[in-house]
Design a binder for this molecule. Structure first.
Ligand SMILES: NC(=O)c1ccc[n+]([C@@H]2O[C@H](COP(=O)([O-])OP(=O)(O)OC[C@H]3O[C@@H](n4cnc5c(N)ncnc54)[C@H](O)[C@@H]3O)[C@@H](O)[C@H]2O)c1
Length: 361
């Protein structure tokens, strides 16, 4: 019998979850959104039999649901994920895991108490190019990764003004928390080591300048709040001695949008990189995945040729969740890894406020 899934949140990301769950062999039985029109519209578009304006109503009407997706503004990740775990459902939650590390601790405890799987949508781990590079990391060709550089920077990519993305109480912050994907991917490549301290600085230039609006995102809210950063730069030192530098921006003077992780290992280096044609539009994007080594005294650069994945792993990641709960695949991420990542993000914001490196307990 196929795994039955309920979707909570009918916004921009729902289509990837629904597609990925179906590819993974699951059945999507219902969708809930506090905006009933959005829930109905998505139900019709994706041929989902039932829609609800309340997650609790969906959960009580469908005891057959095994798992839910939480695809909501970040503030609602923790309460809704815990509500579903307490109802005995496995949970696949969008990134960032929550607003703060302390919330992830609560979510992890709820999953443990319920004996259910909790995973997060770190979809960039699921990309074919990331997995191709991982093959060289797993087989020992790269050796310990000493250092990595993670970037998701946009020149003009503010996802709307005054909506939930730019309201710190609803989002937890700007690009540092929103575009944490590349910090996560570098952390994954590095073997998810324990972070020791973070030194970081955020900047808020251009955050209210409408000429820096991205070509996608959510509608502006005229009287809404815009109180997050526009860019963040920092360094993470891990207890292993490994170091990671990062750059995340929605608005910054760079040539073009870049999404990349570059790393230097003891035996080989490598990179996964996407250079966008224009911010947020990937029709002319250049994707590369490479391994750099020294062979017979010469530098060798290998280009890994993989199938293109315009969804950037989003559907593969959702399918991995289904296969994980069915016991046919290993999870692409764990709550402990999500917790370490959120500790890095918390420490980066704190470091920016104090102007000092912040130790992670
Ligand atoms: N993995 C990725 O690549 C990626 C990309 C974009 C967004 N996201 C994440 O996905 C999440 C949702 O983003 P989005 O772009 O779909 O947002 P969105 O604003 O398009 O959609 C959010 C939906 O949630 C509904 N909603 C709000 N509160 C609710 C509640 N308590 N219960 C039920 N429904 C509620 C809203 O009515 C809206 O329809 C965010 O956490 C975001 O960070 C991930």
């Amino acid at each position: 019998m196929s795994t039955k899934v309920g979707i909570i949140g009918a916004g921009g990301m729902a289509s990837f979850h629904i597609g990925g769950f179906r590819t993974g062999g699951a059945e999507v039985v219902a969708i809930a959104d506090t905006n009933p029109a959005a829930a109905k519209k998505a139900a019709a578009r994706f041929e989902i039999p039932k829609s609800y304006s309340d997650a609790a109503a969906m959960l009580s009407a469908h005891p057959e649901i095994d798992a839910v997706s939480v695809i909501l503004p970040n503030k609602f990740h923790k309460p809704v994920a815990i509500q579903a775990l307490q109802a005995g459902k496995h949970v696949f939650c969008e990134k960032p895991p929550a607003l703060h590390a302390a919330e992830v601790v609560e979510m992890k405890s709820a999953a443990e108490a319920a004996g259910k799987t909790l995973m997060f949508n770190f979809n960039n781990r699921a990309r074919p190019d990331s997995q191709a590079v991982m093959d060289y990391i797993r087989d020992g060709s790269v050796g310990q990764i000493n250092s990595a550089q993670a970037k998701w920077c946009r020149r003009a990519g503010i996802p709307g003004f005054g909506g939930w993305f730019t309201n710190k109480a609803l989002s937890g912050g700007g690009p540092l928390i929103d575009l944490l994907h590349m910090v996560d991917l570098a952390f994954y490549f590095m073997g998810c080591p324990e972070p020791e301290f973070v030194l970081a600085r955020t900047f808020d230039d251009f955050i209210t300048d409408k000429t820096f609006k991205g070509p996608w995102g959510i509608p502006d809210v005229a009287d809404g709040v815009t109180d997050v950063e526009s860019a963040a730069h920092g360094l993470v030192k891990f207890r292993t001695g490994q170091v990671l530098t990062f750059q995340a921006s929605w608005a910054e003077m760079i040539k073009r949008e870049e999404v990349s992780v570059v790393f230097q290992g003891r035996k080989a280096g490598g990179s996964v990189q996407r250079l966008f044609g224009r911010d947020g539009l990937d029709d002319t994007a250049i994707d590369t995945a490479e391994i750099y080594s020294q062979e017979h005294g010469r530098p060798v650069n290998r280009s890994l040729v993989v199938e293109p994945d315009p969804a950037m792993g989003r559907e593969r990641s959702a399918a991995n969740f289904i296969h994980t709960i069915e016991g046919t695949a290993a999870p692409l991420n764990t709550p402990d890894q999500a917790l370490s990542l959120m500790k890095i993000i918390d420490a980066a914001y704190e470091s920016s406020t104090t102007g000092k490196p912040v130790a992670i307990a």
